[in-house]
Write a protein that binds this ligand. Sequence first.
Ligand code: SAM
Length: 217
Amino acid sequence: MSVEQSEAARASYNRMSRVYGLLSNSSEKKFVEVAIRQVLEPRDGEVILEPGFGAGQVLLALARMVGPTGRVCGIDVSDGMVAAARRRLAGSGVEDRVEIRRGDASSMPYADATFDAVFMSFTLELFPDDEIPVVLSECRRVLEPGGRICVASMSARGKNGLMMRSYVWAHRRFPHFVDCRPIFARKTLEDAGFEVLDEKLLSMWGLPVEIVLGRPK
Ligand SMILES: C[S@@+](CC[C@H](N)C(=O)[O-])C[C@H]1O[C@@H](n2cnc3c(N)ncnc32)[C@H](O)[C@@H]1O
């Protein structure tokens, strides 16, 4: 992301950070649950990265799923979200398995081949078209050979019905409020050099949601 785009995303998510947990519990939560429990399926002892962790619900769930020998790292551009996630993790009993920091997913401060898996929900589709391959190339770099990536996103697949047309209109008209836009998640991962291992196409109030699991080819 350019410095300006990164600053805009940071400012916008900082404003939302106090209420984001409540907002996402009423919308994305169900899809994120399916994505982590039925598609990613974290294992004991794994080391998992979540770019764009928002209010930290997934960080907490992943930390419980990887067990005492596992580790979870998160990176998010918004300091408000970092603070919200820290509040959520405090006293959970698993906070020592989680390391979070503020930063940009298009340039991540992790060594090559650090993670068994990368999980990203409702975040990849925030990036401009030319930036998505950069983010995915970063994910690929930090994944172990044979590691997995699981992406849940608003999807451009499926019918272009009234809900979808209204959503796309709202995204164009109010990009700071409706900042996700539908993408072809499966194709995006394939174009970035991932082999697709599993996928689900679900619906959020009539809007398609794609969950895709891949591994580097
Ligand atoms: C729509 S929210 C999704 C949050 C969470 N993954 C969920 O499913 O509820 C997008 C998140 O991505 C973060 N974000 C936006 N641009 C980012 C960037 N360039 N690098 C890292 N995180 C970013 C935002 O701060 C926000 O927390």
